[in-house]
Ligand binder design. Structure first.
Ligand SMILES: Cc1cc2nc3c(=O)[nH]c(=O)nc-3n(C[C@H](O)[C@H](O)[C@H](O)COP(=O)(O)OP(=O)(O)OC[C@H]3O[C@@H](n4cnc5c(N)ncnc54)[C@H](O)[C@@H]3O)c2cc1C
Ligand SMILES: *[C@@H]1O[C@H](CO)[C@@H](O)[C@H](O)[C@H]1NC(C)=O
Ligand SMILES: *[C@@H]1O[C@H](CO)[C@@H](O)[C@H](O)[C@H]1NC(C)=O
Ligand SMILES: *[C@@H]1O[C@H](CO)[C@@H](O)[C@H](O)[C@H]1NC(C)=O
Ligand SMILES: *[C@@H]1O[C@H](CO)[C@@H](O)[C@H](O)[C@H]1NC(C)=O
Ligand SMILES: *[C@@H]1O[C@H](CO)[C@@H](O)[C@H](O)[C@H]1NC(C)=O
Length: 494
């Protein structure tokens, strides 16, 4: 009898559960987490770490790809470990210690100081041959002076509470718009190579001077280590996620291959749906996906985010930066001191302008790196790599002669086409005030936001992502632990 009763009980339980499961189509729906974190890049991992340390440990991290690290990613290229995402620690040698520089040193990652001092000796003309050092140097001095002038314009605008203008507009104001191939190449190296968008687009007030350089220093170190720059993300992750004996993260609070495509939120909580039909519930959610992903609509918010949020979000820019690696059977470029960076001055601004020879980083490997941005990146992502290689060989033949050997390998990362990124990093465009920027980060009810694009002073950088994670977590901790969930959105113009 007992057995039968149990059987009946079990049968009816199973039936009830089947109803529940088909209604919510998930097993995990029963558990309510304190916080769900969307994305396991530097900012999501940093936020989760901060929450854990504050005692909020019932968290769940949902990551779309099969790895953590996001836009910090190494890959194998011709037997070498190269970085297709972030490669520099930018902001070293200044008044404050960049937290990423601290991690890189603790992890003993191999880095290389990027020295641009001799770049005026390495300026190639469109049709070939080097510019006279004196001519290139003069152009660099002029660009340097112009950058000082526009720094003053920026200071003036801030001091007199004037509207923002673009970097290009400030150059116009000084009657010095770079327009020769040499001047445009130098201008490209100064601005596009940093912000991934041209001076026509980039905000003067919010980019010049740049907090990264004034707070952390002007030096940059290039990471080239087989452990990968992504080690910094693992370094933070392992502070709170459990690992097994081989040091692999095995914590059940991190789920990979989970593409969040719907976030329903109300006064009472949050329900998340992933592409595979799973449902997860939480008190709060922290979204760390890139601003490009937020703009793409990959994640459907229910109800829609409010207009003040949407308008701010869609005004910010997701820029594109593409690092193209090439391998050759031999070296036909100069190596040695003062030759790492060289550039090509073409009449088309940004056409395969900035080059790096990686002999010091990868001795004997014969590897070059050429960087393109913005429209060129989008164009190149859409064409076959063989076309890109042919264009690049054309440029190299112009620089080094017709008899150079053909590249045997090419690597063209496609961050813009990737639906989990939609570009490389955010750039501050004209037309977005501090106030509107603040709205990108502001929570909407129980939905919190983080990511490099929410960093108060360092958007676009690895340290920005890390510090944004800490700041967003602090905001949420204030709410969860101290009931201080208010985040006032001042009206425009205040
Ligand atoms: C080519 C390139 C070069 C760069 N160079 C430098 C540099 O030299 N120095 C520097 O400091 N910075 C550099 N950066 C910028 C730096 O890499 C980023 O600012 C930083 O890594 C961003 O971290 P994040 O956590 O904000 O975003 P991400 O790293 O994008 O993390 C977000 C995570 O969310 C996941 N995700 C997205 N959508 C979903 C979804 N629907 N569901 C679940 N998960 C989702 C993504 O897969 C990702 O893992 C570069 C970036 C790129 C791409
Ligand atoms: C910038 O402004 C400062 C102070 O206002 C001034 O001393 C300096 O000469 C200016 N620099 C240039 C390049 O105009
Ligand atoms: C640790 O976890 C990884 C990944 O799950 C697994 O491949 C490995 O065998 C585990 N090692 C040990 C010692 O359990
Ligand atoms: C390279 O040049 C720098 C100055 O630009 C100098 O300090 C350094 O000693 C040089 N190194 C070598 C190996 O020649
Ligand atoms: C500068 O670069 C040129 C090669 O383009 C090289 O010959 C020269 O030695 C370098 N000078 C210094 C100081 O590194
Ligand atoms: C071209 O390169 C080959 C070997 O790579 C060499 O034998 C030949 O002399 C070179 N020709 C010229 C014109 O430099």
């Amino acid at each position: 009898m007992l057995i039968t009763k149990t059987r009946v009980l079990l049968a009816s339980l199973t039936a009830t559960m089947a109803v529940v499961f088909s209604a919510s189509s998930a097993i995990a729906a029963e558990e309510v987490h304190a916080v769900i974190i969307v994305g396991a890049g530097m900012s999501g991992i940093s936020a989760a770490n901060k929450l854990s340390k504050a005692g909020i440990e019932n968290i769940l991290i949902l990551e779309a790809t099969n790895r953590i690290g996001g836009r910090i990613q190494k890959t194998n290229f011709a037997g070498l470990s190269v970085e297709i995402g972030a490669s520099w620690v930018e902001g070293v040698g200044g008044p404050r210690l960049n937290p990423i520089w601290d991690m890189v040193n603790r992890l003993k990652l191999t880095t290389f100081y990027s020295n641009y001092d001799n770049i005026s000796s390495n300026a190639y003309k469109q049709k070939g041959g080097l510019y006279e050092k004196s001519e290139a140097q003069k152009a660099f001095y002029a660009a340097q002076e112009l950058s000082e002038l526009i720094k003053n314009v920026s200071k003036y605008l801030k001091a007199h509470r004037q509207d923002d203008i673009s970097i290009l507009a400030s150059q116009r104001l000084k009657n010095q718009v770079p327009s020769t191939p040499l001047d445009m190449a130098i201008d490209y190296i100064a601005y596009d190579y940093e912000f991934s968008e041209p001076p026509r687009v980039t905000s003067l007030k919010n980019s010049i001077p740049l907090h990264t350089f004034s707070k952390f220093g002007e030096d940059a170190y290039f990471v080239a280590d087989s452990k990968g720059y992504e080690s910094v993300v693992y370094f933070v992750a392992k502070q709170f996620l459990t690992t097994n004996e081989s040091g692999e993260i095995t914590d059940p609070r991190l789920l990979l291959n989970k593409v969040v495509n719907e976030i329903s939120y109300s006064k009472n909580g949050v329900t998340v749906q992933t592409e595979d039909g799973s449902v997860y519930r939480a008190e709060y959610i922290m979204v760390s996906a890139s601003i490009g992903v937020l703009q793409s609509g990959l994640i459907n918010f229910k109800p829609d985010l409010p207009p003040w949020k949407i308008l701010a979000m869609y005004q910010f820019d997701m820029a594109v930066y593409t690092k193209i690696f090439l391998k050759f059977p031999d070296k036909f470029w100069p190596t040695g001191n003062g030759t790492e960076f060289f550039f090509y001055a073409h009449e088309k601004r940004g056409y395969y302008t900035i080059w790096q020879q990686l002999e010091e980083e990868y001795p004997g490997a014969n590897v070059l790196l050429v960087t393109v941005t913005d429209d060129e990146s989008r164009r190149i992502e859409q064409q076959p790599d063989s076309d890109t290689k042919a264009e690049i060989m054309g440029v190299l033949r112009a620089m080094f002669g017709m008899n150079i050997s053909e590249a045997t390998d090419i690597l063209v990362p496609r961050w813009w086409s990737d639906k989990f990124y939609r570009g490389s990093y955010s750039n501050w465009p004209i037309g977005v005030s501090r106030l509107e920027y603040d709205r990108i980060r502001a929570p909407v009810g129980r939905v919190y936001f983080t990511g490099e694009h929410t960093s108060e002073y360092f958007n676009g950088y690895v340290h920005g992502a890390y510090l944004a994670g800490v700041d967003s977590a602090k905001m949420l901790i204030r709410c969860v632990k101290h009931g201080d969930c208010c985040y006032s959105i001042p009206p425009k113009g205040s």
